[in-house]
Design a protein around this ligand. Structure first.
Ligand SMILES: Nc1nc2c(ncn2[C@@H]2O[C@H](COP(=O)(O)OP(=O)(O)OP(=O)(O)O)[C@@H](O)[C@H]2O)c(=O)[nH]1
Ligand SMILES: [Mg+2]
Length: 597
């Protein structure tokens, strides 16, 4: 109970400025909706500044304690420039005046983006990525080598959007840079600059080249070709990159491909194309120009600014206030395998953690045992250390040995509380002997509090990892004085993040039910607990459902009282979740088939 108040004390920790601002307007519900009379641009600016500061602090908090989880990032990608063409003339013994022999420049490296299943965070992606430039052409018809492509590996579930238009973060391309450079110059100066950017001349031949018809013809052709490139660029700008990398694409050659067709590795989605190489002087050789002394430069590779957003793909997302017991629940549902921290202070979990729930045909799941206690991780560690020092593990079999821990000797009694702790809970043994027939992923998330949309607490940006979940589950603390208020706030915050998001909620888990009803002997306490639960059910059935499109959904949200710490009543939770996930997956598959048709 004390923890609960602590969490709420956090909620009320608002800066004096914030407090003065919110009291200004009667219409303010914390979303910046100030009434017309009290609107003051200075104050609005101050609110925005405070919001930004809080947002930065939130980001900072989420990267604390060596956590390398990163779910949004802006990167600059620059494809390689094309290499320049070469001006050379062939020379060999007894042939002092040979034909032009300059090689072409190599093309610049492209940049690809490839979804990879083994990544779970964007933290390994550098902020600036450059592909290699193509090599310059050389004498004796040697073409420059092409620049190596760069493949950016991103986690599956990343959404890539190009930052375009007038956004100051957008990278300027070669046309923008040239337009800037030419601004305010006289026509002659402009022509000279444009020539410098496009042509390479044989040493000391720049002047004479400019006066030659052959060069002027070549220049006219080059500008004509440039028109196509400008048109292609306009088309590109009108269609900024938008990729949803939610599945792993693989390149498979067609089944009827002829034998010996090279199997190319799929490198991913092209995000920036490398520049093309310039042409060497043999390209300009003709009957009227036997010794061309000019070649073209390579073009610049495409440069794009991309915003990456990681929307983790977990089937089920847990939503709850801090300390509601989401992390404990995740550990209980996964047989202790989920590596998520549990502690009695608010905002223990700073970033989403995804784990797998394995279910057998008869509805049992991995870790489906009632004699395991999932305590706070620090306490478990201390207990574990004490057990190890006392030699309790000396005879324990390793998990690779068959039947790792027998049910008779896998528990030891805690002398302080008298409760029984299984060794299996402390060293998660994979005791799931039944045949797994269904599995789904579940994501534990940081706590969501009211006013999270204003970046109070950890903000609500982590909800992006739940946008794609097939089902959402509210986790509330049943021992709290008014769990229905928690639910109301959670629903509000989900809606503020994305309208309609709360319609994905399928289940309300009333956790910490073990704290109610006393020891079961006190009839009064049991009655009180029952009343509280039924009040919560009535709230969910009436107020919460009516908030969703006037209750049109026609779906009831069950309220399940559980104790995550003592693994009580979790089989029902898993059974329900399994049903929702299977139903949603079928729906997704059917719609995919419909779209395919
Ligand atoms: N008695 C009891 N305590 C529980 C239960 N579930 C969790 N707790 C305790 O509640 C506290 C908070 O649990 P967490 O799992 O860290 O809660 P959380 O929702 O993940 O909290 P944040 O990560 O801060 O958002 C811990 O001290 C847990 O031991 C339960 O079913 N019964
Ligand atoms: Mg947690």
């Amino acid at each position: 109970m004390q923890k609960y108040h602590l969490a709420y004390a956090f909620n009320t920790l608002i800066s004096p400025v914030r407090r003065s601002l919110t009291t200004l307007s009667p219409t303010s519900s914390g979303t910046g909706n100030y009434s017309h009379e009290s609107f003051n641009p200075d104050l609005a600016e101050e609110v925005e500044r405070q919001n930004l500061l809080r947002q930065r602090k939130t980001e900072w908090k989420r990267r604390q304690r060596g956590q390398t989880f990163l779910d949004h990032l802006v990167i600059r990608v620059q494809a390689g420039n094309g290499g320049n063409g070469c001006i050379a003339f062939h020379r060999e013994k007894f042939q002092s005046i040979g034909p032009p022999s300059g090689g072409n420049g190599g093309s610049g490296g492209d940049v690809f983006m490839l979804p990879t299943p083994h990544l779970t965070s964007l933290s390994s992606i550098p902020k600036v990525i450059r592909a290699e430039a193509g090599g310059n052409g050389q004498g004796t018809w040697q073409n420059g080598r092409s620049g190596d492509p760069v493949v950016i590996e991103v986690p599956v579930g990343t959404v890539v959007r190009e930052i375009s238009g007038d956004d100051p973060r957008r990278t300027k391309d070669e046309w923008d840079l040239e337009a800037e450079e030419l601004e305010g110059l006289s026509p002659e100066e402009r022509r000279d600059r444009m020539r410098q950017r496009r042509w390479v001349h044989f040493p000391r031949y720049e002047e004479s080249n400019a006066n030659k018809d052959a060069f002027q013809d070549a220049e006219a052709t080059l500008y004509r070709e440039e028109k196509y490139r400008r048109r292609a660029r306009r088309r590109r700008l009108a269609n900024p990159i938008c990729l949803d990398l939610d599945k792993i694409d693989e390149f498979t050659p067609p089944v009827d491909a002829p034998l010996g067709t090279p199997h190319r590795e799929f490198m991913g989605h092209l995000v920036a194309k490398g520049g093309t190489g310039g042409v060497g002087n043999p390209h300009f050789y003709s009957s009227t120009n036997r010794s061309p002394k000019f070649a073209t430069r390579g073009t610049q590779g495409e440069g794009v600014t991309l915003s990456l957003e990681l929307k983790l793909l977990a089937d089920v997302g847990l939503v709850g206030m801090p300390n509601a017991g989401k992390s404990t629940l995740l550990r209980a549902l996964t047989g202790g395998r989920a590596k998520t921290e549990v502690a009695s202070y608010a905002f223990t979990t700073l970033n989403p953690v995804v784990a797998v729930v394995r279910v057998a045909d008869d509805g049992t799941f991995e870790g489906d045992t009632q004699d395991v206690v999932y305590d706070e991780t620090l306490i478990e560690e201390q207990r574990n250390r004490a057990l190890m020092e006392s030699g309790a593990y000396a005879d324990a079999l390793t998990r690779n040995q068959k039947n790792p821990i027998s049910s008779d000797d896998d528990s030891s009694t805690d002398s302080l509380s008298g409760s029984t702790y299984s060794l299996a809970a402390m060293s998660p043994g994979h005791r799931f002997d039944a045949v797994e027939t269904f599995r789904f992923t579940i994501a534990d998330n940081p706590g969501l509090i009211s006013r999270a949309s204003e970046n109070v607490g950890l903000g609500h940006s982590f909800l992006r990892s739940m946008e794609r979940s097939l089902a959402l589950v509210y986790v509330v603390d049943l021992s709290a004085p008014a769990p229905w208020d928690e639910l109301r706030d959670l629903q509000d915050e989900l809606e503020k993040y994305q309208a309609g998001m709360s319609t994905k909620a399928r289940l309300v888990i009333a956790n910490k039910a073990d704290l109610l009803g006393g020891d079961g002997q006190d009839a009064e306490a049991v009655k009180e607990a029952r009343e509280k639960l039924s009040k919560l059910e009535v709230f969910v059935d009436t107020e919460m459902l009516s908030a969703w499109t006037g209750g049109e959904l026609g779906r009831r949200i069950p309220v399940v009282p559980v104790s995550a710490k003592y693994s009580q009543n979790l089989t029902k939770v898993v059974r329900l979740l399994r049903g929702y996930v299977a139903e949603a997956r079928d729906g997704v598959e059917n719609s995919a088939i419909r779209e395919g048709l």
